[in-house]
Design a protein around this ligand. Structure first.
Ligand SMILES: [Zn+2]
Length: 334
């Protein structure tokens, strides 16, 4: 069924106010691309079924989808996705809905025209963003979504980038399906870690599989490092914690979440180097070499501590993976 966008909506979407200062290149037509990127991310969350009502919370999934597009457009450039999430309110189709009891507080915050509120302030007061009826109707319909996507991409991005942005959509949407597949897989016994997962390999691109693995593993540990417990976030909500493979992916080609640990960058590196390992009873071992040196006392203090386990026991690290890591990485650290 054909679906044409309402003329008012087209007008609103073609006239997004964007910052022209700041050395934006031809990829984004010389202006800041935050708002169109936020809207592309929102459309993907509807396509993936992550969003299914007219309320868009500022959550992990939105941040992650935003970052995927941002890295394509402005690789390495710092950004705060809370900016477009907040400033889209001036465009006529995006309104923040207050949490119960916060109506007045939010109205005051909006009228104060201050800087972008912090993530914790937004989380406490804003239930989500609500779209205009015309935008929401289009976002809920596959043909409408495609029309919105094409309108945004052709209006706000240079020719070279357009195709890459159009392809990114599938990566983001597939990552949701792949994450669900990984969660289902963890409901069954783990057979052989080393036989890979050809079904997933052929169904999804590597980029989608990486996103899905990270989402499931880091989510299982609620963004804590399994070794030190660190849960560091940037003001916009990016998490320092990474999804580490216990048996490296290039050896087993297996993204089963039980072949993963959520680790901060330091402990991810130390684990990959064999300076740390984990026993079958989930106690951390610090390599004897580090313990003999006047090394960082915080690092050495991890020795024999219990690692943090995922809340859901389905995602417990596989004993066969931990045993392999002790034998092939920890015992051979060089
Ligand atoms: Zn750590």
């Amino acid at each position: 069924m054909a679906m044409s966008l309402a003329p008012d909506l087209i007008h609103q979407l073609r006239s997004l106010r964007r910052d022209g200062n700041g050395n934006w290149g031809p990829n984004t037509l010389g202006k800041a691309p935050h708002k169109p990127i936020m809207l592309l991310a929102v459309l993907d969350l509807y396509a993936a079924g992550h969003l299914h009502e007219n309320l868009i919370p500022y959550d992990e999934a939105l941040l992650e989808a935003f970052d995927c597009y941002w890295q394509l457009c402005c690789p390495g450039r710092p950004t705060n996705p809370l900016q477009p999430y907040w400033y889209l309110k001036g465009e006529g189709f995006w309104q923040h809905q207050a949490r119960p009891g916060y109506r007045q507080a939010l109205a005051t915050l909006i009228s104060a025209k201050a800087k972008v509120p912090t993530r914790s302030l937004i989380a406490s007061q804003v239930a989500g963003a609500v779209l205009s009826q015309a935008f929401y109707a289009a976002a809920m319909n596959p043909i409408g979504r495609e029309a919105l996507r094409q309108l945004l991409i052709s209006t706000y991005f240079g020719g070279e980038l357009r195709q890459a942005l159009a392809q990114q959509h599938q990566v983001v949407v597939d990552a949701f399906a792949c994450a669900t597949a990984l969660q289902r897989q963890a409901e069954h016994d783990l057979q052989d870690l080393f036989c890979g997962n050809q079904a997933l390999d052929s169904a999804y691109t590597e980029e989608s599989r990486n996103l899905a693995f990270r989402r499931v593993v880091v989510g299982a540990y609620a963004h804590h490092c399994a070794f030190c417990g660190a849960r560091i976030r940037t003001p916009s909500g990016r998490s320092a914690v990474q999804a580490a493979h216990i048996v490296p992916f290039h050896l087993c080609r297996n993204n089963d979440p039980r072949n993963g640990l959520a680790l901060c960058p330091l402990h991810h590196w130390a684990f990959d180097q064999g300076m740390l390992s984990v026993s079958d009873s989930h106690r951390i071992s610090v390599h004897a070499y580090a313990r003999e040196l006047p090394a960082d006392p915080g690092f050495v203090a991890l020795h024999r501590q219990a690692m943090r386990l995922p809340d859901d026991p389905r995602y417990l690290p596989a004993t066969q993976a931990l045993a392999w890591h002790r034998k092939e990485i920890f015992a051979k650290a060089g």
